[in-house]
Design a protein around this ligand. Structure first.
Ligand SMILES: Cc1cc2nc3c(=O)[nH]c(=O)nc-3n(C[C@H](O)[C@H](O)[C@H](O)COP(=O)(O)O)c2cc1C
Length: 323
């Protein structure tokens, strides 16, 4: 499983960082992999409301946010971690949140579904100095709307009051323990899934579609990765188009080499599609070969046929439980 943390405190040894680390360390200890994006160290311009994302489905502002969209899409669980600043999240994190409008547009204007949508979860981790009853309300509303935009179910808030000075969180009687407990609870169902690796030559069409269909249809039972033995520069635009015809959003995917799989990630099942010569063998896993034609440089109709074959094979495998 992949957990993405979005950290919004500007303080070097701030309470939020420590709380988020406790959460992420627990996920890693249990076998998940994690990445923390420190929003206060990234160049993320605020949304300028240019309307491009509503017309074209992407944000034209060229900055660090562009590398975050793929991570948001990959994540099984997204943690929004922020101190309370004026009843809300910090400005740095808010800029990141506002830029997720591009994902909102893909979902609500273009009507596309991210394959991970049904299973992704989101949690707000937060701290505030005062003990006021409503101190988290503003951040909670923002988090709720953010998680909806990025395609995640909002699992709630872990918030701690009267945490003010650097290090206060460590002296808190239960905050770190509760963060670890929450991590264990949220990670458990994801960590139980079978790991499936789809391999093709370029990781531009077939293996990307197979991973997306599997994730969309049964992402609660299967953790999917895909890769290629000769990864292309970019995914095939025709592949994106024919998947969009089925309402599936393939944006922000990049072909990946087999060597770029998360370190230590060991599949239970490997399915190959025309890359048998150079495919590596994972210890103890006998790859299954799917005989599917390579749609690279072919027509859109050809791509549609391959898409439908991939979908049928994924459905059969899920139905027979033999993935
Ligand atoms: C600009 C600013 C605004 C703040 N606004 C609030 C607030 O509205 N409510 C509150 O309870 N604490 C507020 N605080 C206090 C912080 O939330 C608190 O010190 C927190 O522990 C900081 O977390 P950190 O160490 O992770 O940065 C504010 C602090 C700053 C610097």
């Amino acid at each position: 499983m992949f957990v993405l943390g979005l950290q919004g405190s500007p303080r070097k040894k701030g309470n939020t960082r420590i709380l988020l680390s406790a959460f992420m360390d627990e996920v890693e200890r249990r076998g998940g992999y994690t990445k923390v994006i420190d929003a206060t160290r990234k160049k993320i311009k605020p949304c300028v409301e240019c309307g491009t994302c509503e017309k074209k489905g992407y944000c034209p502002l060229d900055d660090d946010m562009q590398s975050l969209y793929p991570l948001l899409r990959r994540a099984d669980l997204v943690i929004l971690a922020s101190p309370i600043f004026f009843y809300g999240v910090t400005a740095q994190l808010k800029a990141l949140i506002d830029r997720s409008q591009a994902l909102w547009s893909r979902k609500y204007v273009m009507g596309l579904e991210d394959p991970g949508r049904k299973w992704r979860k989101g949690l707000l981790l937060t701290v505030g100095a005062t003990k006021g009853k409503n101190i988290f309300d503003g951040a909670v509303l923002t988090a709720r709307y953010f998680f909806d935009a990025i395609g995640a179910d909002f699992e709630g808030t872990l918030g701690f009051r009267q945490v003010e000075k650097v290090g206060d969180i460590e002296a808190h009687p239960k905050a770190l323990a509760e963060a670890r407990e929450k991590a264990a609870e949220l990670a458990e169902p994801f960590l139980k899934r079978k790991k499936v690796l789809f391999l093709c030559r370029e990781n531009a069409c077939r293996s990307q579609m197979a991973a997306a269909f599997t994730r969309q249809l049964a992402g609660d039972r299967f953790e999917t990765e895909s890769a290629g033995n000769e990864p292309a520069e970019q995914v095939n635009p025709l592949m994106e188009k024919v998947m969009a015809e089925k309402g599936i959003d393939m944006a922000y995917l990049k072909p990946s080499a087999i060597s770029a799989l998360p370190s230590g990630w060991q599949p239970d099942t490997v399915i190959t599609m025309g890359c048998e010569v150079a495919c590596p063998i994972f210890p103890g896993v006998v790859p299954q070969e799917w005989d599917l034609p390579d749609p690279a440089h072919e027509s859109i109709d050809f791509m549609r046929k391959v898409r439908d074959q991939v979908e049928r094979r994924v459905k059969d495998l899920i139905r027979n439980g033999s993935l």
